[in-house]
Design a protein around this ligand. Structure first.
Ligand code: ACO
Length: 323
């Protein structure tokens, strides 16, 4: 059976950088608090670009890098919780902008696991044999759904996008996956709430449009499920941890990654971290990391990496990919 291989990877973040010191001018916080609790030093924030625009830039870069014409694309999936609109989907906006006239396009909502979920879906379409090339993007402008008066959340998030073009390969590519959700804990993190409101009903309380989370609960959840999921991948694929060159985790908090590394008994150097530069970009964090790694020449043909996403939903998922 054919596998799904990654043909090209790229990323894009808004130019404007906002440091922890900049944030300490608008909320009661400090660089010291933010850095020691999270590993974040700065984040890229939109000065007007919406999620679709970040995606379109990534898609154009992917087409150029891989020498692919837009007409060759069969499928576009965008993982995001901060789309421009409920409809049209961000993916349809990308399709229109790049002229991928033969593609079908849709968004998925899985928060910080959005890219891994989207890649898992694209993998099944490619493996079906009916689709040859897919663009998969994780993208967010979280700055538009963050409460800039709430210091417990506004310091944590950033804007950006990253993505891949995938296609059938004879060898390597996506070798194993481990995907999960835990909806019963879903309300531990919410965003963009919309209650029914019409001629027949009025909400009893106001909608909360912002990202709201029980940070400690999410922290505990992540440090429990991520090591388990990575171990599942190792077991399912019959490889050893020594065969894995990098683990590329969702970049939510460097302390989460430290604990995951300790639980897995893996040196922290095996984890790719860039949270200091981007903060938590939710669905975008893994493809941004992959884009940077590719640029730095860290990913060579035949390298095995594990990507692992976790976040609101609750959702989590990991994949073993041979580059
Ligand atoms: N600056 C200064 N003080 C602050 C700030 C801030 N920005 N934010 C909170 N504090 C204060 C709190 O008010 C609290 O003060 P108190 O003790 O007087 O009440 C104190 O700092 C400690 O707060 P805690 O919440 O206990 O801090 P904690 O060590 O848990 O760190 C954090 C908080 C960073 C949010 C952590 O819990 C975390 O990273 N959780 C995981 C978040 C995550 O991974 N989310 C991923 C999902 S994102 C998605 O799916 C889109």
């Amino acid at each position: 059976m054919l596998n799904t291989g990654i043909r090209a990877v790229d990323h894009y973040a808004p130019e404007k950088i906002v440091t922890n010191d900049d944030l300490s001018q608008i909320v009661d916080t400090s660089d010291e608090w933010i850095y020691t609790r999270t590993g974040i030093k700065q984040r890229h924030l939109s000065t007007g670009e919406d999620t679709s625009q970040l995606c379109i830039e990534v898609a154009k870069r992917l087409l150029e890098k891989s020498g692919t014409s837009p007409e060759e694309i069969d499928l576009i999936i965008v993982g995001t919780i901060s789309p421009d609109y409920a409809t049209p989907s961000t993916a349809c906006l990308v399709q229109g902008a790049i002229g991928a006239v033969n593609a079908f396009a849709f968004d998925i909502s899985a928060a910080c696991s959005g890219f891994v979920y989207a890649l898992s879906i694209a993998d099944k379409f490619i493996k079906s044999g009916g689709y040859k090339k897919a663009i998969v993007i994780g993208a967010e402008t979280l700055s538009k759904i963050v409460d800039w008066k709430d210091r417990s959340t506004c310091v944590l998030f950033g804007d950006g996008a990253g993505g891949v073009i995938v296609e059938p390969v004879d060898k390597g590519g996506i070798l194993a996956e481990d995907m999960h959700s835990k909806g019963e804990d879903g309300l531990k993190m919410t965003g963009n709430e919309r209650k029914p409101e019409n001629m027949l009903c009025t909400p009893e309380s106001e909608n909360n449009p912002y990202l709201v989370m029980d940070g400690r609960a999410i922290f505990n959840f992540a440090t429990k499920v991520v090591p388990h999921s990575v171990n599942e991948i190792i077991e399912k694929s019959g490889i050893s941890m020594d065969d894995v060159k990098y683990i590329v985790p969702h970049q939510a908090n460097s302390r989460i990654i430290d604990i995951v590394a300790r639980k897995l008994n893996v040196p922290i150097e095996k984890f790719y971290l860039n949270i200091n530069e981007y903060a938590n970009t939710s669905a975008a964090s893994i493809p941004i990391a992959l884009g940077e790694m590719s640029e730095k020449g860290l990913l060579k043909k035949g390298d095995k990496i594990i990507v692992t996403g976790f976040g609101a939903g609750l959702t989590w998922g990991s994949m073993l990919i041979e580059w």
